[in-house]
Design a protein around this ligand. Structure first.
Ligand code: FPP
Ligand code: MG
Length: 350
């Protein structure tokens, strides 16, 4: 482990790998507690195995949430091991929420593979998500440390936020693109902070909490995670339009084609650029876009500055995440590792 107070971001892949190695046995052990059918779907989702448990090519995910939990615990002065149970719970909730989200979004591909509902069916995928949800709560509740009760309360608050954020995201789909009922950037921010930031904030907050940090430190860590979540979601939206599907593992333009209210489009429409007017006309029909129209819409979003505005928004939240930790008493070496991960939330291709 590094002893430098400021760790270069080139170290981020190694830091992530170290954290994944620490969490993997406990995560695998938790998954083994599931009904075998659900364990298979969880393993499929985590990239550990294919249908019937056979090996499968494809990405296993970087494990940023679990790393945030472990590094936050270390920054708060405890061994990373103290936060493994929190990292496992957060990872299980992450997998659960994506299983359900892919059904709600009708998405058929994730991480270069068919989504769980496409392979196993909608009912089984919903139930597997429910099983992962229950397992996450049970994992924390069974945690032998002194902070189990507070950790479960922390997770419960996160779940409430997460579900509210997802509700707003779905409701946005029913709102018009322009006019008084249009989704405003601050509404998007609230949605993203809840839908995505809540779980990242849960990871950092749980890390601090399981380390026995004072409430002010836990709050600061959780606040940093929530800002990282908004940055992450803005970039997720951006990659959905301009990302390389080979690397994102998701089909290109699927949000645009389904007329999802993503930040780049909202930011473009908020300008008075002529491209924004063309874009509004294109989207205004309310019908899903075909591939050619989606490509044209992507060009107009870029022309109106939506891509640049999205990156600027992501960087603002990255700065806010760093500022959240200013003045908080944290162990310098672990703080260095935590901060080294932050740019990963914005400068990413997948
Ligand atoms: C992905 O967003 C979705 C989420 C981050 C949250 C999904 C939340 C739920 C399904 C509700 C969970 C319920 C409880 C009780 C907590 P996205 O669709 O923008 O990302 P994607 O491009 O990766 O699909
Ligand atoms: Mg989705």
């Amino acid at each position: 482990m590094t002893t430098s107070p400021v760790t270069h971001r080139a170290a981020a892949p190694h830091i992530l790998a170290r954290c994944r190695d620490l969490v993997r046995p406990a995560l695998a052990g938790a998954v083994q507690r599931l009904h075998p059918w659900h364990a298979e779907m969880a393993a499929f989702s985590l990239g550990w195995g294919g249908v019937d448990g056979s090996p499968v090519p494809g990405s296993q995910g970087k494990g940023v949430r679990q790393a945030l939990a472990l590094l936050s615990a270390e920054a708060a002065g405890a061994p990373a091991e103290d936060a493994v149970v929190g990292a496992v719970a957060v990872e299980l909730i992450h997998v659960f929420s994506l299983l359900h989200d892919d059904i709600m979004d009708g998405d058929e591909t994730r991480r270069q593979r068919a989504t769980v509902w496409k392979v196993y069916g909608t009912g089984p995928a919903i139930l597997a998500g429910d099983a992962l949800f229950a397992l996450a709560v049970q994992t924390l509740a069974d945690s032998p440390g002194a902070h189990g009760g507070a950790a479960v309360r922390h997770l419960a608050g996160t779940l409430t936020d997460l579900v509210r954020g997802q509700a707003e995201d779905l409701l946005f789909e029913t709102r018009p693109w322009t006019g008084p009922e249009a989704v405003r950037p601050h509404e998007y921010r609230w949605m993203a902070e809840h839908k995505t930031g809540a779980l990242l904030g849960c990871a950092t907050g749980l890390g601090g909490l399981l380390a026995g940090a004072p409430a002010a430190t836990v709050d600061a860590l959780a606040g940093a995670g929530r800002h990282l979540g908004v940055a992450f979601q803005a970039v997720d939206d951006l990659l959905g339009i301009w990302g390389d599907p080979e690397r994102t593992g998701k089909p290109v333009h699927s949000d645009l084609r389904r007329l999802k209210k993503t930040y780049p489009v909202l930011a473009a429409l908020a300008t008075d650029d002529p491209a924004a007017r063309h874009l509004a006309a294109l989207l205004g029909s309310g019908n899903p876009l075909d591939a050619t129209t989606a490509r044209r819409a992507a060009d107009l979003v870029e022309e109106a500055g939506g891509r640049t505005a999205t990156l600027a928004e992501a960087h603002r939240h990255l700065d806010s995440a760093r500022r959240s930790l200013d003045g908080v008493p944290l162990a310098p070496a672990a703080l260095g590792e935590l901060l080294a991960l932050f740019p990963f939330f914005v400068d990413r291709a997948a």
